[in-house]
Design a protein around this ligand. Sequence first.
Ligand code: ADP
Length: 382
Amino acid sequence: MAKSGGSATVIAVAREREERLRSITQTAPDAIVVIDEAGIIDTVNPAAERLFGYSGDELVGENVRILMPSPHREAHDAHLARYRETGEKRVIGIGRVVVGRRKDGTTFPARLAIGEIELEQGRLFTGFLHDITEREDIQRRAGILQQELMHASRLSAMGEMASGIAHELNQPLTAIMNYARAARRHLDRTEPDPAPISDLVDKAGHQAERAAEIIKRLRRFIKKDEIERRLEPINTVVEEAAALALIGASDRNIELIFSLDDALPPVLMDRIEVQQVVLNILRNAIEAFEGTGERKIHVSTRATGPHRVEVDIRDNGPGLAPHVADDPFRPFQTTKADGMGIGLAISRTIIDAHGGRLWAESPPEGGAQFRFSLPVGGESDG
Ligand code: ADP
């Protein structure tokens, strides 16, 4: 008897717990999607319904891949199967920025954290998704995103500094030119007086030193205090940057299409810098779209040799303006009212510093295309 009374209490406690948990998930501001081992959606909370634009009924019983854009959509079953077989954790307990797909086909960046629950009847995975579409939202967040933003602001500071320095350099250069001309005039006299000439040459020398000092300052500023290169999975690096590029662009109907080679070796790189490059190329593509036609950006990765990987980003926008197309990497060249025209120049410097190559192509079908290659071991192989 005592035993059955005990189990009644256990059941009551369990019910109460369940009720409490249910109320927490119902009101949680973040989307929660619970799936089983096969990827079938078990439960979603109201925040998930709002985020993805589906009702709970439409989601429960479906494969979770409907919430992902390609290629994750196609690859997710295989990821789950691999985890079942190997137990190798790629996202579980780690958390990363991913791209989600709404019912209407639009995509958005979100921060995903996955937990795992072992139950008698099998394993469940709980996905917590936090929409990071809103910039303000990001600024409030610590961690990885903040790091990215800090870097972005350093780059823009660098841009401002570079244009300031261009002006500053102009002064000593103009002075040197004037001193040289004055010296020339003295020398052209029938009996040149060496005193003022030597004075002018000294002055020109000082101005040249000043110019050198300005350049040294710029070098110091650009040089990083520490080089942070690690072996990184290029696909993840690219996807995270893509998720970041979509921030604030959710109303622009952009379709990001990924075709990422799953078998690429990790690449030795400064992740933040390479993401900055991808971010810049994608932002340019997003900003270039005009009108209301289809807006597609294809992002692909592939191996181009045993020690080299390539990232290819192509859009179906208007393409490069004719006067930019000759050399889009030339600094201070921009077609934007508020553009600095240094994004691509800096991007090229970053890829060069990694022993890689960044270049633009004009695909015959229109649009713009940027490609960059990186050596796997971080060493240039030409
Ligand atoms: P900014 O974005 O400040 O203009 P960038 O160096 O990043 O500086 O880009 C230089 C110029 O290259 C842009 O102003 C634009 O004219 C052109 N451009 C870059 N990417 C694209 C693209 N995907 N489609 C069309 N034009 C592009």
